[in-house]
Design a protein around this ligand. Structure first.
Ligand code: GRF
Length: 203
């Protein structure tokens, strides 16, 4: 299986996936890492691991549709079985999402369906939540609401700042995202008609 990973900045989730893929010998390879910003520091990590890198700069396109089309062309050059959004900070249009339906994953830093959207850690703290976490889901046109593949919860501490909680959540993101990608490339995921994902067996 061929994986293309999209990043916007640090790319720590991309790094975790690249490292687990190599360490565990998945039936897959990360064919390319694509960023929407030339300064994305994750590009250097990918290049250092011999992975093809491309920048599709969203500021260089006149419209959202033009950017999405250029992004799809860059992705399709690598004929992916799976497209992974990892800290990718652009909202993608319906045409793009439909093009990769069923093979487009995202990670969101909350326990969806709670706290879709931005500033999830501050919102969880302000709401007095005792648990926070992360969700890996298939991407559908409804933002942050696709079929859930994996989740992990972390405690919210009484004196937590959004930064402290974000760091605690990021640590479990680096566990569940590689796991979810491994399940996909191992053909261990099934999505039922109600949009409920089941992982069958396997180690
Ligand atoms: C993470 O909090 C992730 O949940 C969100 O983007 C943030 C940065 O991720 N999608 P990364 O370090 O760029 O992978």
């Amino acid at each position: 299986k061929r994986i293309v990973i999209l990043i916007s900045g640090r790319g720590s989730n991309m790094e975790a996936i690249v490292q687990r893929c190599a360490a565990e010998g998945w039936p897959a390879q990360v064919a390319a890492v694509i960023a929407n910003r030339p300064g994305a520091s994750g590009l250097a990590f990918a290049a250092g691991h011999g992975i093809a890198t491309t920048v599709v700069d969203h500021t260089a396109h006149a419209s959202r549709e033009a950017f999405d089309a250029a992004l799809a062309a860059a992705i399709d050059a690598h004929a992916p079985d799976l497209v992974v959004l990892a800290g990718f900070m652009r909202i993608l249009g319906d045409a793009f999402v439909q093009r990769y339906a069923g093979r487009l994953l995202n990670i969101h830093p909350s326990l969806l369906p709670a706290f879709a959207g931005l500033h999830t850690h501050r919102r969880a703290i302000e709401a007095g939540c005792k648990l926070a976490g992360a969700t890996v889901h298939f991407v559908t046109p409804a933002l942050d609401h696709g079929p859930i593949v994996a989740q992990a919860a972390v405690p919210v501490q009484p004196d937590d700042t959004p930064e402290a909680l974000a760091a605690r959540v990021l640590a479990v993101e680096h566990v569940i995202y590689p796991q979810a990608v491994r399940w996909f490339v191992s053909d261990e995921l099934q999505v039922d008609t109600a949009g409920v994902v089941r992982h069958r067996g396997g180690a």
